[in-house]
Write a protein that binds this ligand. Structure first.
Ligand SMILES: Cc1ncc(COP(=O)(O)O)c(C=O)c1O
Length: 426
């Protein structure tokens, strides 16, 4: 193992993070190679700086004017063309942290790491799993989750998925989480995504407190838990039912045996799907600055060894966009628009309450809702496409997912009627 990895591990010894790191996670470090030498040179090499693989002219990265012309004048060339710093643009990391604290007031009295920028949220999840989920290790998660998890959990980590039914009655199955944790190893990852894809469900305040109580109970019994909060759809709340704060905010500082990890993104929160900018933030109990820094360095090492670095223009556009005077009202308008579709959907479903062929699962947030369907879900999907030119997603043999986020409000009722009609014809 590299000396620098050993140093980071020594810093982390005594925390649950040390026990939770995978073999790969233990081996990670930030090389003192080109990047570190270049940043040293940036400060001291006033005469000649021949360190980094960038074409430079008069101390700045060169560029083609035709490329620069595609950006507004508010973007300086230095914010577009050079490589982004390791860990991300510092001002953006600070701004994201401040925004996260504003949206999660519980965090104000807690200490977390600085967010690390990743290339989208999929990348954040993949990195966190590589660092904290041993190959073949246990991961607890509900049985309805974003399909892409399979490529990370099954194929990359070959993980042992301990799943529980997401719902009990009309609410989150807290008991199921409890049972699943009982069946899991001493070191376990819990992966929770709220608002959930594909169901669109976020636990209520009471349920989220119950989830936290279950996690604490197992941690108090000695289980070491890395809680990964996939907050992809955070903030997409349209009524008072869902808990408005991330589970991350409640899990930080909960137990010495719990490391909470927030994976969130500008992707959906800022409506910049193609920018590929997301964040990983760590929250533990009594972690020192040096220990948080060690976790950040391990994460940066994993990024260096996979992507090298993330998009520079994307990060700077988001940084400027967050500071735009209209930003908060723009964001509120975006949420309101999706909320109108959500409310129209709820309304449109009312006439089908006793339908035996399609039954909506509980949903209260996010982009999606799911139905249990009596006919085979793939048959229904194909039938909807062929006969009604309507696209939906088949989640498994008897569940379909509808993205109400992507349908204009005036078409929501017709969408619902069409899906019910098609299901009744099969
Ligand atoms: C639950 C969930 N997590 C993560 C992601 C990934 O987001 P990104 O596009 O930033 O990789 C998505 C995207 O659809 C998602 O639905």
């Amino acid at each position: 193992m590299h000396d620098l990895a050993v140093k980071l591990n020594d810093t982390l010894k005594g925390t649950c993070a040390y026990d939770l790191l995978s073999d790969y996670g233990l081996r990670m470090y930030v090389p003192k190679g080109i990047i570190v030498q270049s940043s040293e040179a940036k400060e001291k090499a006033k005469k000649h700086n021949a360190t980094i693989g960038v074409a430079m002219e008069n101390g700045s990265a060169m560029y083609y004017p035709g490329m620069k012309a595609q950006f507004a004048d508010t973007m300086k060339a230095g914010e577009i063309f050079p490589y982004a710093p390791m860990g991300g643009v510092l001002a953006l990391r600070n701004a994201w942290k401040a925004d996260m604290e504003r949206k999660n007031p519980l965090l104000e009295e807690k200490i977390t790491s600085l967010p690390v920028v990743t290339s989208g949220l999929t990348n954040a999840l993949s990195l966190v799993c590589s660092l904290f989920l041993e190959v073949g290790g246990d991961v607890v998660l509900p049985d309805m989750y974003w399909e892409n998890y399979n490529l990370i959990l099954d194929e990359q980590r070959q993980a042992n998925k301990i799943m529980f039914p997401i719902f009990k009655g009309n609410g989150f199955n807290v008991e199921g989480l409890d049972y699943a944790l009982r069946a899991a190893d001493d070191c376990v990852m819990v992966l929770l995504n709220f608002p959930n894809n594909p169901t669109g469900y976020t636990p209520t305040e009471k349920e989220s407190d119950e989830i936290i109580a279950v996690l604490k109970k197992h941690a108090d019994n000695g289980q070491k838990i890395v809680l990964v909060c996939d907050d992809a759809y955070f903030g997409l709340f349209f009524d008072d039912e869902p808990c408005r704060q991330s589970l991350f905010a409640k899990a930080c500082g909960l137990s010495r045996n719990i490391l909470a990890v927030k994976c969130d993104a500008a992707t959906k929160e800022e409506m910049v799907w193609g920018f590929r900018v997301a964040f990983v933030t760590y929250g533990g109990t009594d972690f020192t600055d040096a220990q948080y820094d060690a976790l950040v360095q391990k994460t940066m090492g994993a990024i260096r060894g996979s992507l090298s670095s993330c998009s520079m223009p994307g990060q700077n556009i988001i940084l400027k966009g967050l500071a735009d005077p209209n930003h908060d009202s723009d964001r509120a308008k975006g949420v309101e628009k999706i909320g109108e579709r959500y409310l129209r959907l709820k309304e449109s479903l009312k006439k089908y309450t006793d339908n035996e062929v399609l039954k909506p699962l509980p949903f209260n947030s996010g982009y999606f809702m799911s139905f249990w369907c009596k006919p085979n879900a793939e048959d229904l999907r194909k039938y909807l496409l062929d006969k009604y030119q309507t696209g939906i997603i088949r989640s498994d043999d008897h569940h379909i997912r509808i993205a109400f986020s992507s349908v204009d409000v005036q078409n929501i009722e017709d969408l619902v009627d069409t899906v019910y009609k098609a299901a009744s014809e099969l």
